[in-house]
Design a protein around this ligand. Structure first.
Ligand SMILES: Nc1ncnc2c1ncn2[C@@H]1O[C@H](COP(=O)(O)OP(=O)(O)OP(=O)(O)O)[C@@H](O)[C@H]1O
Length: 299
């Protein structure tokens, strides 16, 4: 079954102003990228945050939405979890939230961050189900003053839940990055996430294998702690791209506690791997965009 993005009802009864605002806003975002995982704890948020930081380090304007409503930790990973969210009154009388920014003392172009974590106390769980979660994600997208962006990165909740389907139907995603670890259990669920994105007809689907290997701090040898290569094999089997391997970085916890992405924390192999990942992604998306433009020009 193929699920098509819904056509927007732009007039009369049944109009959804929030969906309409998202449609308007996303015209100003050059590339919309979802970061997903079949299973929790595989490093999805780590990949989303480091991708955002790597792109911003290259000078791109980046926004990141933490759509992981039940476990929002993007803001913490970017060191802006204590930031106040201000609001601005729009011409139509509505208020829009102004996303806090992270620029790491000018090392990167300011990354705009929006997360449920800003709106609920840190120690309070969000005990909502499907429809409410979907509404909250849509509001974070549609009621935030994002402005012009080169990349909008959305860190989705783990799994293949309804919320992801509904939000993906509202957004015309350019790419879906599916994060996995090399273990069999993770790979099984990763296959499901890949297939969900295929059904949503996302033009570019890629797998990233996180925690692929560990570099021994003593001898420098690579140790395949959880096995290695499963992500690449899965991507080949599903006919999607394999975007790269990220090693286990022993400085990751330190970096995370300091609220600094690995890619900006030090000159490690993982930092280099994240930079390469971002470069590969940009190249691929630019190629796809120019191919599409020349096809449209021929028609
Ligand atoms: N390459 C890595 N090297 C070392 N530690 C890592 C790496 N990737 C992620 N981690 C650590 O693993 C933990 C889980 O990562 P993260 O929160 O990004 O996973 P997640 O898939 O987003 O989890 P959730 O399902 O809870 O949203 C974090 O403590 C993070 O610092």
């Amino acid at each position: 079954m193929t699920i098509k993005a819904p056509t927007l009802n732009v007039g009369g009864l049944g109009v959804d102003p929030l969906a309409q605002r998202i449609q308007e806003k996303q015209k100003k975002w050059k590339y919309k990228i979802a970061v997903l995982s079949g299973k929790g704890g595989v490093g999805k948020s780590t990949v989303a945050v480091n991708l955002a930081a790597a792109l911003a380090k290259k000078g791109y304007f980046v926004g990141i939405l933490d759509a992981d409503i039940h476990g929002p930790n993007v803001a913490k990973m970017l060191g802006v979890d204590k930031a106040d969210v201000l609001a601005e009154r729009m011409e139509d009388g509505r208020f829009e939230m102004l996303p806090p920014t992270a620029d790491f003392m000018g090392q990167v172009t300011p990354i705009k961050v929006m997360s449920m974590g800003f709106l609920v106390p840190e120690d309070q769980p969000v005990i909502w189900r499907g429809a409410l979660v979907t509404k909250a994600i849509k509001q974070l997208l549609g009621d935030t003053k994002w402005g012009e962006l080169d990349f909008m990165i959305i860190d989705f909740p783990p799994g293949t839940g309804d919320e992801i389907l509904t939000v993906t139907q509202t957004l015309q995603l350019d790419a879906a990055i599916i994060v996995t670890t090399p273990q069999e259990v993770a790979l099984l669920d990763t296959g499901k996430a890949v297939n969900m994105m295929k059904k949503m007809e996302v033009p570019y689907i890629a797998v990233v294998e996180n925690m692929s290997y560990l570099i021994c701090p003593h001898c420098g040898n690579e140790i395949d702690l959880f096995g290695r290569g499963g992500g690449r094999k899965l991507a080949e089997k599903e006919g999607v791209e394999f975007l790269g391997e990220i090693p286990i970085d022993l400085k990751a916890r330190e970096a995370s506690d300091a609220g600094i992405p690995i890619v900006l924390y030090g000159d490690t192999i993982a930092a280099k791997a994240f930079m390469e990942l971002a470069e590969k992604l940009v190249k691929k998306l630019e190629e796809m965009k120019s191919k599409k433009a020349s096809e449209e020009a021929e028609e």
